[in-house]
Design a protein around this ligand. Structure first.
Ligand SMILES: NC(=O)c1ccc[n+]([C@@H]2O[C@H](COP(=O)([O-])OP(=O)(O)OC[C@H]3O[C@@H](n4cnc5c(N)ncnc54)[C@H](OP(=O)(O)O)[C@@H]3O)[C@@H](O)[C@H]2O)c1
Length: 256
């Protein structure tokens, strides 16, 4: 297991799903975890209690990252908690919307880009003073930035054109951040999950949805949040010290 004792990690969207599993994995590796949440206050507080019970350090921070002032508010709270640099920043909070092209509204489009692209951009911008040589930034993107889920036009396949383009934009930011921040010793990578069983991917709760996921994967089970969290923990660690600007697929061999 990677060793992260003495490191501090901020995970956005850690109240549920992949972010929660990532907070648990980073804490198990020894990190002090800052658990950001938007609306799920009781889930975040319960996670803080669970992690503290295990002997690790955890704190909860709230900010709506779809709001223009959300990233600055989060960064202010991080600075109030920390006397040391931020070693690990996991840009995980996100939303999705599956809908036909004609059913996407301008409000949907703006909300997807505000939450999935503008939010991470300004969280990183606002936390730049806390990042230092050795810091690792990990953005949770998605297989859909590169591949269409299911078969084109197949009934039941989720249509995710705008969501997918937010993840493509985020991967582009990751490459630029990696290039710009590399000379300062800061690594930036994307982890791109395939289908993972969380509240977001509720189509995995139907037989058709499960079959669609299994049909495009080499490994025949539905991915779990811990499958992603373990890879994030490795990328956060010194074992990944020579990896930057990369996108790491964590998708059970989807769409090979
Ligand atoms: N599940 C999948 O199959 C899958 C596949 C590929 C990529 N991903 C990506 O993985 C990441 C995590 O997804 P998930 O499946 O774990 O989703 P999830 O279970 O729906 O959890 C989403 C998290 O993001 C937070 N969040 C959403 N909007 C926010 C906002 N405006 N301000 C602050 N926090 C906000 C939520 O916080 P609150 O509940 O506290 O508001 C929650 O903690 C996302 O970026 C997603 O796009 C997921």
């Amino acid at each position: 297991m990677p060793e992260l004792t003495g490191k501090v990690a901020l995970i956005t969207g850690a109240s549920r799903g992949i972010g929660k599993a990532t907070a648990i994995a980073l804490a198990a590796a020894g990190a002090h975890v800052l658990i950001h949440y938007g609306r799920s206050a009781s889930e975040a507080e319960a996670l803080v209690a669970e992690i503290r019970q295990s002997g690790a350090k955890a704190d909860a921070l709230q900010a709506d990252l779809s709001a223009p002032d959300g990233p600055a508010s989060l960064a202010e709270q991080v600075r109030a908690k920390l006397t040391t640099p931020l070693d690990i920043l996991v840009l995980n909070a996100g939303i999705s919307k599956a809908a036909k092209i004609e059913d996407h509204t301008i409000a949907d489009f703006d909300n997807l880009f505000a939450t999935n692209v503008r939010g991470p951009f300004f969280v990183l911008q606002q936390l730049l003073p806390q990042l230092t040589a050795g810091s690792s930034v990990i953005a949770i993107t998605s297989i859909v930035a590169h591949a269409i889920p299911g078969n084109s036009g197949q009934p039941g396949a989720p249509a995710l054109p705008v969501y997918a383009s937010t993840k493509g934009a985020l991967e582009t930011l990751v490459k630029h951040w990696a290039s710009i921040l590399g000379p300062s010793g800061i690594r930036v990578n994307s982890v791109a999950p395939g289908v993972i069983e969380t509240d977001m991917s509720n189509f995995t709760k139907t037989e058709g949805g499960r079959n669609l996921a299994l049909g495009m994967q080499a490994l025949k089970r539905i991915g779990q949040p811990s499958d992603v969290a373990d890879v994030v923990t490795f990328i956060a660690s010194d074992g990944a010290r020579w990896i930057t600007g990369a996108t790491i697929p964590v998708d059970g061999g989807s769409k090979l």
